[in-house]
Design a protein around this ligand. Structure first.
Ligand code: PLP
Length: 407
């Protein structure tokens, strides 16, 4: 299959922006576009099966429940979870991480316990722990990022030597593109007696992920970055840990029984799914998993590797451009860069006039930008539907930026 075939699956990629400029979408790290099959699955649900789940005995309720639970099975297979009850539906990665920090954190951490994070985390994997620290007095440490955008292995070892209770880190940085050695880091954390939580928001959409082979305890990701809809995310957790945790939110569906003044929590995974969930979105995510599985995550990963190698080579040709992060062989399809003397927002605006969508800002990773002593970067990010010709258009746009600001 060529990238051209993938593009045809995405109706939005046929549109033009600003009168008659074709869209060049290089912002998939923020959110991905959706293929026809995902749109159709959600449309079909609302047109034919719409009903609340788990509660009715009528045909529509049974169909909706089956579709919602089938999606869970597909997602479990997609990341090789041992059991589908280890798959908890959340709203997004952010909520999945908050669930662990709130529920596991409050039950099992106490004042003085250490949680190890890293300097390259998205705010989603920092702030929930900072809130917990304010409320419980846990201590925090951050593994240093090296100048070339990798986690410093010596610093990691020195943090583990302090016997943390939790190690929480990203599988792939949304700014540097760095792909961290998750299996190795999780094994070392386990040896030190810590549980691991991995933020997989930028990994699951782009490469094969096997949570059992990685040996992680919790793994979080978002549907909207992997061709699925917004409003649905996943927390994978090892059954033993999930079972021991108290519920996160209380209400309908998460209970087995309620009497005045007391409740008995439901079984997994329902214990963590209070209230009417995002049913259409879960079904849409199931369709996204089908779509990605048919293509193959290794095929997608190889395609993006080729794109990032090409993009880095071409970006480095442009005088004044500095790309952050490690060499292309150590990163996924994300290129964050600065342009000498030009604010990233101006870069993004000039590119936008040419129909090229990139993101400018701190990308919810302010501490990482502070580390590199820059307020912001422009970021181009790629997915299965991008092609080299679009990177050529990006480079042409950057030469226009140069002409505008440097002449
Ligand atoms: N973690 C990483 C590495 C991300 O890139 C993002 C989103 O950009 C998130 C977490 C948060 O994802 P969401 O906003 O879907 O919760």
């Amino acid at each position: 299959m060529t990238p051209r075939n993938f593009r045809e699956d995405f109706p939005i990629l046929k549109r033009e922006v600003h009168p008659s400029v074709p869209l060049v979408y290089l912002d998939s790290a923020a959110t991905s576009q959706k293929p026809e099959t995902v749109l159709a699955a959600m449309d079909e649900y609302y047109r034919r099966n719409n009903a609340n789940i788990h509660r009715g005995v009528h045909v529509l309720a049974e169909e909706a429940t089956r579709a919602y639970e089938d999606a869970r099975e597909k997602i479990a297979r997609f990341i090789n979870a041992e059991k589908s009850r280890e798959i908890i539906y959340t709203r997004n990665t952010t909520e999945a991480i908050n669930l662990v920090a709130y529920s596991w954190g409050r039950a099992f951490l106490k004042k003085g316990d250490l949680v190890v994070l890293t300097e390259m985390e998205h705010h989603s994997n920092l702030v929930p722990w900072y809130i917990l620290a304010e409320q419980t007095g846990i201590e925090l440490a951050h593994v240093a990022v090296t100048g070339d955008g990798l986690l410093d292995p010596d610093d990691y070892a020195s943090k583990l030597a302090r016997f943390p209770k939790v190690v929480a880190f990203t599988h792939m940085s949304n700014v540097l593109g760095t792909i961290n050695p998750v299996a190795e880091m999780a094994a070392a954390a386990r040896k030190a007696g810590a549980i691991t939580l991995v933020d997989g928001a930028q990994a699951v959409p782009h490469m094969p992920v096997d949570v059992q082979a990685l040996g992680v305890d919790f793994y979080a990701f978002s549907g909207h970055k992997m061709c699925g809809p917004t409003g649905i995310g996943i927390l994978y957790g090892r059954e033993e840990l999930l079972k021991a945790m108290p519920p996160f939110l209380g209400g309908g569906d998460m209970i087995k029984r309620v009497e005045l003044g007391r409740f008995v929590a439901n079984e997994l995974p329902y214990k963590f799914e209070a209230g009417t969930p995002a049913i259409a979105e879960a079904i849409g995510l199931g369709a996204a998993v089908d779509y990605l599985s048919v293509i193959g995550m290794d095929v997608i990963h190889e395609h993006e590797k080729a794109l990032i190698h090409y993009a880095i080579d071409r970006l480095e040709e442009v005088p004044g451009v500095k790309v952050f992060g490690p060499s292309a062989d150590k990163k996924g399809g994300v290129a964050a860069f600065t342009f000498d003397g030009v604010h990233p927002h101006d870069v993004a605006e000039i590119l936008d006039r040419r129909g090229i969508a990139v993101r400018a800002g701190h990308h919810c990773a302010m501490p990482l930008h502070q580390k590199f002593d820059i307020p912001a970067t422009a970021r181009a990010s790629f997915y299965l539907y991008n092609e080299k010709a679009e990177i050529d258009l990006l480079i042409e746009g950057l030469y226009e930026v140069k002409k505008t600001f440097h002449s």
